[in-house]
Ligand binder design. Structure first.
Ligand SMILES: NC(=O)c1ccc[n+]([C@@H]2O[C@H](COP(=O)([O-])OP(=O)(O)OC[C@H]3O[C@@H](n4cnc5c(N)ncnc54)[C@H](OP(=O)(O)O)[C@@H]3O)[C@@H](O)[C@H]2O)c1
Length: 234
């Protein structure tokens, strides 16, 4: 029983406007395992912008007023856009692209943990799951390239692991993990998915991710896992 979520708890999806985030909302709403499913994004009410800590603080306060969150999934991220492209060479590095990757992929999720982890109950199962990426694995990096995205996700993994250690001291049943969703058909990955790679539809990815989250146990706290629950190298 302790490995299951309290059905009176709420589930929160941060990045509900994204490809995977919207699919996670649909899956959680159709499963009906949580009392409320709350989606947050830059266009929700309240709005949450990862680059604006005040908006994160206000969104956390709103979520706290709605009941106890048992599941928080951070489904935000950036790989390209606004003049930013994944770098094929160190020659393409720019401070602005690196700073933007860190702001959205690392610092924003860290601030989500700062403001949302204190809302967790000290007893029973609670999960903070940040969507990371296998390309953030240093051990698995055989191809190079994508400097900013890789580095920002590696740093995110370190933040997740560090927060997990702190969380365990006060919340023995809580789990904080980094999850790799696989390659998924969204605006983030679309034009970079190489032929030969298995690209999943968003709804299959959401189903696999929620299945993984459902199976998480306290011993998984601090791990970097793929969508099936298998550990990935740091
Ligand atoms: N798709 C894949 O193949 C794949 C593979 C590995 C890992 N991932 C990871 O999975 C996660 C979700 O990716 P996705 O494929 O669903 O991408 P997506 O469709 O591009 O969604 C990205 C989400 O991030 C949000 N976001 C970006 N900047 C933000 C900011 N400053 N403040 C708040 N929200 C912000 C977007 O909000 P707006 O709608 O407001 O722009 C959107 O909700 C990311 O962490 C990504 O790195 C994806």
């Amino acid at each position: 029983m302790d490995d299951n979520f309290d059905p009176y708890g709420n589930a929160i999806v941060i990045g509900a406007s994204g490809g995977i985030g919207a699919a996670l909302m649909r899956k959680l709403e159709s499963d009906g395992k949580f009392r409320k499913v709350i989606g947050l994004s830059r266009t929700s009410d309240p709005a949450l912008d990862l680059t604006d800590e005040d908006s994160i603080r206000s969104a956390a306060s709103y979520v706290g007023d709605m009941g106890t969150p048992r599941l928080v999934i951070i489904a935000t991220g950036v790989l390209h856009g606004q003049g930013m492209e994944p770098e094929k060479s160190h020659r393409a590095l720019t401070a602005a692209s690196m700073a933007n990757s860190y702001a959205v992929n690392t610092i924003g999720p860290a601030l989500i943990m700062k403001h949302f982890l204190p809302l967790f109950s000290k007893s029973g199962k609670s999960v903070m799951a940040a969507l990371s990426a296998k390309v953030g694995s240093i051990g698995d990096n055989h191809l190079g390239g994508w400097y900013s995205y890789r580095a920002s996700k590696a740093a995110l993994n370190q933040i997740v692991h560090t927060a997990a250690i702190e969380l365990r001291r006060s919340h023995p049943k809580a789990v904080c993990v980094a999850l790799h969703p696989g390659t998924v058909d969204t605006g983030l990955s679309g034009k970079f998915a190489k032929s030969g790679l298995t690209v999943q539809p968003v709804d299959s990815a959401a189903e696999a991710l929620i299945g993984c989250v459902d199976r998480l146990k306290p011993e998984n706290n601090g791990a970097f896992l793929d969508r099936t629950g298998e550990p990935l190298p740091w």
